[in-house]
Design a protein around this ligand. Sequence first.
Ligand code: ADP
Ligand code: MG
Length: 240
Amino acid sequence: MEAAECGVCGVKVMCRFRPLSDSERSRGDKFVPKFNGEDTVVLAGKPYVFDRVFPPSTEQIQVYDTCAKQIVKDVLGGYNGTIFAYGQTSSGKTHTMEGNLHDPHMMGIIPRISRDIFDHIYSMDENLEFHIKVSYFEIYLDKIRDLLDVSKTNLAVHEDKNKVPYVKGCTERFVSSPEEVMDVIDEGKANRHVAVTNMNEHSSRSHSIFLINIKQENVETEMKLSGKLYLVDLAGSEKV
Ligand code: ADP
Ligand code: MG
């Protein structure tokens, strides 16, 4: 499983290894990667270097602190960012991006980011006024489906005046606390489950995208900043 981060300092590639599952262990699979320092994994004697490697013992909070914490500051500073998880089915993408949304220890990157954004805002200049909205959609068989409005099953990608692509007509929900963000995610996941017959198959073939859009205005100076953060759980890489 890999997670890449695109912030002010470019693109970073981190590679996380999950532990063997019970079924893998019971059929006799062996854990073969060896780790060398913080950035190298050795497979069959061959070293592979990333910005960072995470062995199976790595906890959710460590992944968050290394991969995602900084990007929250960047987005609040008016930059755009993306974190996406890439890897084959069952490699740990959803575990890394979402984890257990309601367990403080096991929650993944998306819930931690939501919490952090509001923590930052509470500690920032009180002249700053924030508008935070989120969207949640998936791409399945080349169609964009709105996970917050099941009637929108084929949304189009357009470009804004700065030639930046966006999903036209996608539902946007204003949120004012981390709890509200979690409610939106739960709602989107429930919609997805209802619309789909075989969830495992579906989630391995679809990309899911959670978008956090932060606009701020200093009411004294009228200075405005805006930043978008895309959090993407890609389809299983074996199908691409
Ligand atoms: P993917 O989204 O890439 O298909 P999942 O995130 O659903 O894969 O992970 C597959 C299984 O492995 C899940 O049961 C998940 O809980 C477990 N898993 C993934 N990563 C880890 C990890 N780092 N530690 C413990 N269990 C993990
Ligand atoms: Mg998944």
